[in-house]
Ligand binder design. Structure first.
Ligand SMILES: [Zn+2]
Length: 508
């Protein structure tokens, strides 16, 4: 950080001299920027905005802002361009260009956005950069980008300078674009007026953070509002759904915590908003916790802190949304009129609702089957089979002998056979006998065992602790504020474009 020049006047360079000259301007600019900073803060409290990836911190600009040094977003030694400088420029163009009263030499930062159908060269032409310069710059940039194209909406950071003798032909001292957080392309003007290009790669490393929230509306939305990425929330909900009955157990105001692994560049930009490591949902009577783990030689999955896989061998219900209308057991038969064993479970659902294979297996039967109507039976193991009845039609490609995956569509809800209305009659067969499906599936979960057990226990302990004390992502304070490059709001860019347009009209 550059210090305010001491009053003893050791102005070693033209830079600090220029700074001294513009001190009153900088002060005014700082005051305005402070007010704008306040606006930006208010803007951020909007929940829609809060759900977006971490925005840059609102730097409280001070009148003694850093001297306008040439900063090429080099994270280690120098802070990048501060928003105070930027906002300052925003207010200046009127006297700068329109009044045609050029200051001795002025440097300013500019953030522009590529529009649809725009090119860097066109954009530079719009701000009156001389043709020779903009040709060189765009050539140099293209060399770096090779065949890659910059997307519309891409942000271009510029450090500009106007010379006293050429007030209408600003120079580009540097241009930088960062299409990915870990890659920055910089074109810099050399003393002889030619341009150099360099690609800067930022190191990316993981960082563990937690998001705490309260359920208010959907769990996914609540998580996103609290700062978790949507993909992590979906994974969290899916991991919970094997165990939690969302309709009955989930209430407003219930608290949850998710532990995320983010990827962050060396200068604090988040390249991955966070992979779910663990999560905790505090229900009315119990707390459900899931832990991500990869057993040796196995696939990654979620486990309870006791080391049981959350995934059950069979789906809780072989349909997406359904209501149980008749359970397993003795009942008065709705059509036959006498008491008999209801050998399965009935799920009510609109006709045509897809029916999913409750587990992986092989199709044993598929076709009309008397009172069962259109019927599919899946053999999962020698011992275990499931059956699905009254389908309106059988799923595509479902034929005896075909292998199915868990969750594959095997048919559609209907009312064929002896049925009073559209529903799925679902049976679970064990050793050739029908048993209660709802009582079966809970016994069937994989557990962490053998060599994995110790490793899992250590990891589970670590995650449980981190869910209490890892840095909270919601407070959005990056570890090093200084190292975060400024990101301007689109509105600011629009305003600046408007200013520039006015300035051009004025000078024409
Ligand atoms: Zn039934």
């Amino acid at each position: 950080m550059t210090d305010f020049p001491s009053p003893s006047g050791r102005s070693k360079s033209a830079k600090s001299l220029a700074f001294a000259l513009f001190r009153p301007v900088l002060f005014a600019v700082g005051v305005i920027a402070f007010a704008l900073g306040g606006l930006v803060l208010t803007h951020r409290s909007n929940p829609e905005i809060a759900a977006l990836p971490p925005p840059p911190p609102a730097l409280a600009p001070q009148p003694t802002a850093p001297a306008p040094a040439i900063v090429l977003a080099d994270p280690e030694p120098a802070p990048p361009l501060s928003s105070a400088d930027f906002k300052g420029f925003e207010m200046k163009p009127a006297d700068q260009a329109v009044e045609a009263e050029p200051p001795a030499s002025d440097r300013y930062e500019l953030t522009l956005r590529l529009e649809r159908g725009d090119t860097v060269e066109k954009m530079l032409a719009d701000i009156d950069v001389p043709e020779a310069d903009r040709k060189q710059i765009s050539e140099k940039l293209q060399e770096l980008l090779k065949k890659k194209k910059l997307a519309p909406g891409e942000t271009i950071e510029l450090l500009m300078q106007t010379m006293p003798d050429q007030p209408d032909a600003p120079r580009v001292l540097s241009l930088s674009v960062r299409p990915q957080p870990e890659r920055e392309y910089i074109v810099t003007r050399k003393d002889d007026g030619s341009y150099d290009a360099e690609e800067k790669i930022y190191k990316v490393s993981p960082r563990i953070v937690r998001v705490e929230g309260e359920r208010n509306g959907s769990l996914q939305q609540s998580g996103m509002r609290a700062g978790a990425p949507s993909a992590a929330m979906i994974e969290f909900i899916r991991a919970m759904s094997f165990d939690v009955d969302f309709q009955r157990e989930l209430k407003e105001g219930q608290k949850f915590t998710v532990l995320l692994e983010q990827l962050v560049t060396s200068d604090g930009r988040v390249t991955h908003p966070g992979r779910l490591l663990a999560g905790e949902l505090r229900l009315l009577k119990r707390t459900v916790t899931v832990i991500r783990f990869r057993p040796q030689g196995g696939a990654e999955g979620f486990y309870s802190p006791q080391g049981e896989s959350v995934v059950r061998s069979f789906l809780r219900t072989p349909m997406d949304a359904s209501k149980i209308t008749s359970r397993f057991g003795m009942r008065e038969h709705p059509i036959l009129g006498f008491s008999a064993l209801h050998a399965g479970v009935d799920f009510a659902a609109p006709p045509g609702t897809p029916i999913l294979a409750a587990g992986a297996g092989k199709v044993a039967m598929a076709g009309p089957n008397g009172g069962y109507g259109n019927y599919v039976k899946l053999q999962h193991t020698n011992d275990v089979a499931t059956a699905y009845a009254h389908m309106s039609r059988i799923g595509p490609g479902i034929k005896p002998g075909i292998a199915v995956r868990q969750g594959q569509v095997i048919g559609f809800v209907g009312s064929t056979g002896m049925s009073t209305g559209p529903h799925l009659h679902y049976e679970f067969h064990r050793g050739g006998k029908q048993v209660n499906p709802l009582a079966q599936k809970f016994a069937m979960r994989a557990a962490v065992g053998g060599k994995d057990a110790t490793r899992f226990q250590a990891l589970a302990r670590q995650y449980l602790t981190q869910m209490k004390n890892a840095p909270v992502v919601a407070d959005r304070s990056p570890p090093n504020r200084r190292s975060l490059p400024p990101r301007k709001s689109p509105r600011a860019t629009e305003r600046i474009n408007a200013c520039l347009a006015r300035a051009r009209v004025g000078s024409a």
